[in-house]
Design a protein around this ligand. Structure first.
Ligand code: IPD
Length: 263
């Protein structure tokens, strides 16, 4: 477990925001059957969690900047530190009552991602990583899977929703290229958790296009600290700006990168 002052601040903020999300998740089931559906309720839950994270982190580290899914960028007096936050990754899962969602918080210092936290309050899994301190799930140190044989591998991805249908042809090309070689493919619906599961060795790799910095910033720190590799889908390291990502052990990233670039 990482017991740094920074990680204490991050976990305390996530636990507080997570308590609210868990309570709201309990209400969502009842709203499925209402005519209006749970849409507005879930957006409100999302905003409440973001507000808690913003308030707690601002109190503990005054002056740091923020990039948040709901409120966008908030400049801080301290230009060297920025929190990158998704208060509810896996919103669609949450909306449908599926307990696969998470709070994602990363800290960028002088342009480098130095800490990441991904917390699913529904199953109480808390993933944390800090540069040079390893990646952890609760009290267990994490390592990426060591599998090198693509045919044995379980690989995760994300599918662009109907609202982004113009990205479907590209996704289908990527999927055909990958599914011809890997054991099988999963789509769980929360990119932050997909990356946490790569760090934990549950998935051998994860790739997705069309993401935002807040979906992946914390997960990048986790995978790297678990001994894994992360690239964008052009083979570079511009994941946050490009919004594309491939993560896994070195061999997986090399082989899948070749398949996806050739797709
Ligand atoms: C989404 C999830 C999903 C991914 C989408 C993201 P959100 O984030 O991470 O798995 O496929 O591209 O937008 O909207 O639930 O925070």
């Amino acid at each position: 477990m990482i017991r740094s002052a920074l990680m204490n601040v991050m976990t305390a903020a996530a636990i507080k925001a997570g308590r609210g999300l868990k309570r709201d998740f309990g209400e969502v089931g009842a709203l499925q059957v209402s005519v209006k559906g749970p849409g507005d309720f879930v957006s409100a839950a999302d905003r409440r969690a973001e507000k808690t994270l913003f308030e707690e982190l601002s109190k503990a580290r005054p002056g740091y900047g923020f990039i948040m899914e709901e409120s966008g960028r908030v400049e801080g007096a301290d230009k060297t530190h920025t929190w990158i936050i998704d208060p509810l990754d896996g919103t669609t899962n949450f909306l449908h009552g599926l307990p696969v969602f998470a709070i994602s918080v990363a800290l960028e210092r002088e342009g480098q991602l130095v800490a990441g936290l991904i917390y699913n309050p529904a199953d109480d899994e808390m993933y944390v990583a800090e540069r040079g301190q390893g990646a952890w799930l609760n009290n267990r140190r994490l390592r990426v899977a060591s599998r090198r044989d693509l045919a044995e591998s379980l690989v995760a991805t994300g599918i662009p929703p109907l609202g982004r249908a113009k990205e479907h042809p590209r996704f289908k090309q990527d999927l055909s290229a990958v599914m011809a070689h890997v054991g099988n493919v999963r789509r769980a619906g929360a990119a932050a958790l997909d990356l946490a599961y790569v760090a934990a060795g549950r998935y051998d790799a994860f790739w997705e296009r069309g993401l935002h910095s807040w979906d992946i910033a914390a997960g990048i720190v986790l995978v790297r600290e678990a001994g894994g590799f992360v690239t964008d889908l052009a083979g570079g390291s511009d994941m946050l700006a490009r919004g594309s990502i491939l993560a896994g052990n070195e061999t997986m990233v090399k082989r899948l990168g070749d398949l996806l670039q050739g797709a």
